[in-house]
Design a binder for this molecule. Structure first.
Ligand code: IVH
Length: 668
């Protein structure tokens, strides 16, 4: 390549990498696979290696990951947090080991092989055995102080056991277990929030939350595999010992590792790990091969980016090839039309995949996906099926390009394009598909909690024409409900009672149930706490709404607009005539007592009733409820299996009480 071509290619690669970094780290919405990204980075590294004069100080090849966040304070790592060189080829893995052997001639080497945990890198600092700091990698030398959030992870001990050096940095990964990830996305979908692309992004997003009580609910986990700085004492001499030792002093470690003393042994370990890698509760996209003995590591040293003594071998993502039979269009609660790939079912990574979301029209055009195509399907983050590409060689010419319908597939009214959101929406408030979704959401456990009003029941009610809009559920009677399929006397009575009881639900549940875009349960609570009645929220200006915690300009405008649409006003007025609680009846608006006034409570552990109920009880008696224990906490209400919060309370001398004690104080 001519010099000018080389430099323009390098510039182009840097631009693309920066763009994908932004999509990945800041928007949590990657557009290319890890493999494609690695290929770009590799090409740039190779160009810079061959033409060192081209390497600019800001080249992504010098950087490890992301940039520091705002909102967290910055901390310097005592020892840098490096990255790893990686490869998809077993030959290159052999070459790596041969290279290390050349650096250490005549020495018998031992290797350890561990799963590469696809999480967020974390460094813990323990001083005198106590957890002092938890920090993200940041740029490798400076990261974010995420101690408050990390303290919510129960498996991370606040105090280490045994003979611990005066100061020690321990390195590992925070991750969101696969099951928790699936549940989180399901909940976000219900609340109308953007989904996380994979567990890694969900973990990164969770660590960025400024409210650690929300972090605690996410259920993060962590595993550890390495050391940073060690002062005033000795740790271990080799990786295999380190993993045992870390476990002994109380830290969770990678659940399995292998030892090998030559290339063949390493290959066997890589193959063994590949067989079981889907069984871990974290995602694993590779194996990390490490030189076992620490003193040998010192002899090989590091480059500016990565150690010479370790390398990551990455597995190919499991993908399947199948035929795209059709593209259907789903209508969501807010009217957004989403194209869905209807696939000839194929097994991938342990389950049968028959459908995959195609996100939007642009995505389909970008990948040039046509009905009838043979497509490649992968599981994004091993969980969500995604069409990653088309086998264009298999095209017959009979494939059909997809066009978003001009009319809503459910109600037939004209759809509108929202260019900002690359979304197409049906804005007919009476669209049956939207009504179904809206009622399902309204009745869901997290909202109005109407037992018996699930997907199947809603479907029957809407199909039978008994329910055309939300308030209609309050006009149902024994006669028309019992006429539905499988509705005996008892189930009819139960459903009607549950519907009637929902009229008394607190304001935040109603507000959340209304399904205003971006108003999830937690925002709904904050609005209810601030304004007390639905009428005050409906009348509030954008500025007033925006002054609520967690409500930004976009959300404030969305809420404001919602209450100004004629059909929503009508909906609210009809709900009022049905006798729903608009907040006047909330215990919060009419406190039961001031017994707990001025006190801040933290609730932890398993109690006899959901924690929500205890929060409401405390608030009703004038108290505040907070998510994390500090010196300002008045009391900790602890149930069974209370973990780190209990420990923190004890270490700060905050009084800990049980349910009976709390109730005792609230007796009239
Ligand atoms: S050892 C000097 N072991 O992968 C760096 N890293 O892509 C030593 N990772 O920066 C890292 N699992 O954040 C090591 N078993 C494992 C790992 C692991 C995941 C992460 C780590 C590293 C990144 C490189």
């Amino acid at each position: 390549m001519a010099a000018s071509n080389v430099s323009s290619r390098a510039r182009e690669l840097r631009r693309q990498i920066a763009q994908h970094d932004r999509l990945y780290y800041e928007e949590a919405a990657p557009k290319i696979t890890d493999r494609e990204y690695d290929a770009l980075l590799r090409e740039l590294c190779d160009l810079e290696d061959a033409h060192p004069d081209l390497a600019t100080p800001d080249s992504p090849t010098h950087r490890v990951a992301g940039k520091p966040l705002e909102g967290f304070s910055q901390v310097r790592h005592r020892a840098p947090m490096q990255s790893l060189d990686n490869t998809y080829s077993l030959e290159e893995a052999d070459e790596f080991m041969a290279r290390v052997e050349r650096l250490l001639p005549g020495i018998k080497l031992r290797w350890t092989i561990e799963p590469k945990v696809d999480g967020v890198a974390l460094s813990l600092t323990y001083r005198d055995g106590l957890l002092e700091l938890a920090a993200t990698r940041g740029d490798g030398s400076t990261g974010d102080d995420v101690t408050q959030n990390i303290r919510t992870i129960r498996s991370i001990p606040l105090r280490l056991e045994g003979d611990i050096p005066d100061l020690i940095e321990i390195r590992g990964e925070v991750y969101l277990p696969k099951k928790k990830f699936a549940a989180l996305n399901e909940e976000r979908e219900k609340e109308g929030n953007a989904l996380f692309a994979n567990p890694r992004n969900a973990a990164a997003g969770s660590l960025k939350l400024l409210d650690s009580s929300i972090v605690a609910k996410r259920g993060l986990s962590a595993v550890f595999y390495g050391l940073g700085a060690v002062e005033g004492g000795k740790a271990t001499l080799a990786q295999s010992e380190l993993l045992h030792w870390l476990r002994k002093i109380g830290l969770p470690v990678v659940p399995k590792f292998w030892e090998a003393d030559d290339e063949a042994g390493v290959r066997q370990a890589i193959a063994a790990l590949e067989k079981i890698r889907h069984d871990f509760d974290f995602e694993t996209d590779g194996a990390v091969i490490k030189l076992d003995e620490f003193k040998r590591r010192e002899q090989t040293g590091s480059t500016s980016k990565a150690p010479r003594w370790a390398m990551a071998f990455k597995y190919e993502a499991e993908r399947a090839r199948t035929q795209l039979k059709d593209i259907t269009v789903q209508v969501g609660r807010t009217g957004t039309l989403t194209p869905v790939a209807e696939l000839e079912p194929v097994p991938i990574a342990g389950s049968r995949v028959a459908r995959a979301t195609l996100h939007n029209e642009e995505e389909i055009a970008r990948k040039d996906i046509r009905v009838g195509d043979w497509v490649f399907v992968e599981k994004a983050g091993e969980v969500i099926p995604a069409v990653v590409g088309v086998d264009t060689k298999a095209r017959t010419g009979r494939e059909k390009k997809f066009k978003m319908p001009e009319k809503c597939p459910s109600c037939g009214s004209k759809v509108f394009r929202d260019p900002e959101l690359t979304a197409v929406r049906c804005i007919n408030p009476d669209c049956p598909a939207q009504i179904r979704r809206r009622i399902e959401h309204y009745a869901a456990r997290g909202a109005m909690d109407i037992e018996g009003l699930g997907e199947a029941m809603v479907d029957q009610l809407v199909t039978a024409g008994l329910v055309v809009a939300l308030p209609d559920i309050y006009a149902l009677n024994a006669e028309n409900v019992s006429a539905l399929e499988r509705m005996g006397e008892k189930s009819t009575a139960n459903l009607l009672t549950a519907i009637d009881d929902s009229k008394k639900q607190s304001l935040w549940r109603l507000l959340f149930g209304l399904g205003i875009m971006h108003v999830g349960a937690s925002v709904a609570r904050k609005l209810a706490d601030k304004f007390h009645t639905l009428d005050k929220i409906a009348a509030a200006s954008v500025e007033e709404l925006e002054s609520t915690e967690d409500v930004g300009a976009v959300v404030a405008k969305e809420i404001h607009d919602f209450f100004r649409l004629a059909h929503n006003r009508k909906l609210i007025e009809t709900l009022r005539t049905r006798g729903l609680n608009f907040g006047e009846r909330d215990e919060r608006a009419a406190p039961a007592s001031q017994e707990l006034a001025g006190e801040t409570w933290v609730i932890t552990g398993t109690l006899s009733r959901p924690r929500d109920e205890f929060s409401e009880l405390i608030r009703r008696h004038g108290g505040n409820v907070s998510g994390s224990v500090s010196k300002k906490t008045s009391y900790v209400l602890a149930g069974e299996e209370a973990g780190s919060k209990l420990e923190k309370a004890q270490s700060l001398g905050v009084p800990v009480v049980d349910e009976a004690t709390l109730r005792g104080r609230l007796k009239p």
